[in-house]
Design a protein around this ligand. Structure first.
Ligand code: SAM
Length: 162
């Protein structure tokens, strides 16, 4: 598969999982956490789909489209290994949805980072929360959900916090 087709498939999987997660959280109270602002594409999608939700974005350094920069009080800057534990005082087991989009071209390093972040993120999620991630996130209390057909083949992962 060409890189173009692979990228299109990844984005379709991402959109399908995010849209399913948005539907699933329905009445579940709590903010949304976006890990990895990047260009701001998925942040923008989430804010369009969830206009009433508080969306907090974690990012090392803002480099997004200018229209997609979160308000300063919703932007948590720094390395996730430090900002996630620091956020616990603000969102102790409170978030309803998290999207983890932190991968770089170094797949092995990205997978190691995801493993390190998984328990830090778990402390922020409420029971029943939905977690959407490109990378596998091993958390014992989370149930792996079957992904939408667009995400078949392990392109994207969905979990529900227990
Ligand atoms: N969701 C974005 C979008 O749709 O445009 C794409 C995110 S991009 C694939 C990954 C982002 O994760 C990068 O902007 C990078 O700076 C951020 N990131 C990766 N590792 C990080 C870390 N340890 N701490 C903070 N941000 C990190």
């Amino acid at each position: 598969m060409s890189r173009l087709l692979s990228n299109i498939a990844r984005l379709e999987a991402q959109r399908a999982c995010l849209d399913r997660a948005v539907t699933m959280i329905g009445d579940l109270a709590g903010p949304v956490l976006e890990l990895g602002l990047g260009n701001g594409r998925t942040y923008d999608h989430l804010r369009v789909r969830l206009p009433e939700r508080d969306i907090f974005v974690f990012e090392r350094q803002v480099a997004s489209h200018p229209d997609c920069v979160p308000p300063p009080d919703r932007l948590i800057l720094g390395d996730l290994r430090e900002t996630l534990p620091a956020a616990y005082a603000r969102f102790p087991q409170a978030a309803a949805l998290a999207h983890v989009d932190i991968a770089t071209h170094d797949r092995a390093a990205s997978e190691r980072l995801a493993v390190a972040l998984a328990p830090l993120l778990a402390a922020l999620m409420r029971k029943g929360a939905v977690i959407v991630s490109e990378l596998p996130l091993p958390v014992a209390d989370w149930r792996a959900l079957s992904a939408p057909p667009e995400a078949d083949g392990g392109r994207y992962h969905m979990y529900q916090a227990g």
